[in-house]
Design a protein around this ligand. Sequence first.
Ligand SMILES: Cc1ncc(COP(=O)(O)O)c(C=O)c1O
Length: 412
Amino acid sequence: MSPNTEFIPFARPDISEAEVEAVQRVLRSGWLTTASETAAFEREFAAAAGVPHAMAVNSATSGLHLALEALAVGPGDRVVLSPYTFTSTAEVIRYLGADPLFVDVDPCTRNLCPDQLAETLTREATPRGRAKQRGHARQRGRVAAVIAVHIAGAPCDMTAIIAIARQYGIPVVEDAAHSLPWPPEGPPVGTEGEIGVYSFYATKPIAVGEGGMVVTRDDQTAQRVRLMRLHGIDRDVWNRYHSSTPSWQYDVVEAGYKYNLPDTAAAIGRVQLARSAELREARARIAARYRDRITAAGIVGQAGVELPVDDPRHSHHLFILSVGDGATPTQRDMMITRLTELGIGTSVHYRPLHLMTYYRSRYRLTPNDFPHALAAYHRALSLPLYSGLNESMVERISDAVIDAHRASMQDG
Ligand SMILES: Cc1ncc(COP(=O)(O)O)c(C=O)c1O
């Protein structure tokens, strides 16, 4: 196969010799599960995030579950989130017997829209200090938390979201699964709400295979997350096997979960975290090249193509182009077909949850209940974005996008 037609995958982790050596070191150490390597990863992550507590877990999904559990979300409660996210953000609400309360997105960022949040809370929640919820709000259960998802790595307007939620005494959880690596500017994304949750899933910019991190400034929340991530046992495994108190002398004080991160994964995470500036710069450079080349082709704006928001605090996890008029996905789908023919892997982030069978049927939702999320989905086209893309690959992808766009305009 000539280099020009070789398939360019949508995602690829950046694993150097340092990560390989770190895993080998753990494999040779005689200890495979959660211990000193994970503790070091937590310390280093907390220092980088500028928070007192970072708790490693085996996925962001587990972390989001633990976050809501620590906030005492329970049966009958409702949790606000936008439908424009991966199913993890909503499924953890259901794990706890609570229900999602969907709010539409800002069409530019695809993130939770502060104005719509304010409108929903005015209707559905009780302002802080007011004793009782009235009417529907009382019948439907309290609004127990807001989850803000930083889609693609574009930060939500946390100042507005937190200010609105505080009027009602509602804690904010940040689904920061897309927010690494952090840029040097501003507070690290994911550290402004009560709890932030990160993902180290295989396709994320800081990847360990499967893993996550929960951060908080609150001591009690941290204590609860630590307890519940490992069976509700009052001692962690390392302590049980390395302290002078016998390993079997422990108590179970809660029915907890098995959500701990093993040292093999933490070893990879430590190296990736140390390399995060280098990893982010590579991604930022590629994103800037896409912008330049696509803009130079004259297809941005009037021709129905929009570039992702250009925010200095963007992690550059995903590069989501918007194409078409939003009424249908036809043009986007034509472009995906053409890009596949040209050997370019793409994806769509996301098909919103209100279109998915489970949420649609359980909550009797229709596509137009969240028109901005629907239109954003119809237009979304994610391009490959990772450090392994060299200059000629980035050129090839940009040219293929321009070609696919022209073809879709002619055929559509
Ligand atoms: C927005 C969002 N939240 C949560 C998750 C869950 O992450 P994990 O796979 O680490 O559980 C993902 C995973 O892709 C995600 O995209």
